[in-house]
Design a protein around this ligand. Structure first.
Ligand code: ZN
Length: 244
């Protein structure tokens, strides 16, 4: 990090205590740790993708345009978010690193937090992108990603308080069309979330996926299970094996 950037961060005492903790489970420590893992897995290459965690009335957000494997706790933004019933005007940044911008995914993460999520993950996984292309070619733009009779489906919930999908259930993930700017996805993501209240993920064509969960562990394991299923589905398709 450049010396000037270090000084800018030192001078920024806007609630720095919110991102300083020796607890590895604190969101300001977890987000950099998760981003390093996701970078290694090819989910957030080239600064794409992101992660956000809600703890109480605080939402912790990774910065925009920063190499995901290099993010540090002092790079994290904190948004005051009283509860979903408060109007968006009640939400405001109470910690902003001076030299950074919050993730362009922020309005999309908020859509998941408004629906009760505790953590939201956005990846640019190639497997996610490939299944959106295969679905478009095979079923058209209105098609869903659907797969069944695969053990790993049991890692995905049926819906809020409905338990997990069973081996014979069909996992169904909606797909929305990409836009030139990430924040312009917000409206179609919210419409898709409202149309599919049981889903914990929405794919974005030619772009990636948004996955959320009640907790950090659930969001992460659901994202892992989905990525496993997407990779498997691409390989099955190559071998001419149907997904359902
Ligand atoms: Zn993205």
């Amino acid at each position: 990090m450049a010396e000037g950037q270090d000084k800018a961060i030192e001078a920024n005492d806007n609630n720095d205590h919110l991102v300083q903790s020796s607890d590895p489970e604190h969101p300001a420590n977890l987000i950099p740790d998760l981003c390093r893992r996701f970078y290694k897995w090819g989910w957030v290459t080239g600064t794409g993708g992101g992660t956000s965690i809600r703890r109480g009335e605080h939402i912790f957000i990774a910065p925009s345009g920063v190499q995901k494997e290099m993010i540090q706790p002092h790079n994290i933004f904190v948004l005051r978010y009283p509860t979903p019933k408060y109007p968006p005007s009640a939400r405001k940044y109470i910690r902003k690193p001076l030299d950074l911008r919050p993730s362009a995914c922020t309005p999309l993460f908020l859509a998941a937090f408004d629906r009760g999520a505790g953590c939201c993950i956005h990846t640019h996984s190639q497997w996610a992108v490939l299944v959106t292309l295969l679905v478009e070619r095979e079923k058209g733009k209105d098609g869903y990603f659907e797969i069944n009779n695969i053990e790993q489906i049991k890692g995905i919930p049926k819906g809020k308080d409905k338990g997990m999908l069973g081996y014979h259930d069909t996992l169904r993930i909606p797909i929305i069309e990409n836009t030139a700017f990430e924040e312009d996805l917000t409206e179609s993501l919210e419409i898709s979330m409202d149309q599919h209240p049981d889903t914990y993920a929405v794919l974005v064509r030619r772009h990636g996926i948004y996955v959320w969960g009640d907790t950090v562990a659930k969001a992460k394991t659901q994202c892992e299970s989905l990525d496993y299923l997407f990779q498997l589905a691409v390989e099955m398709h190559k071998l001419g094996i149907p997904w359902t």
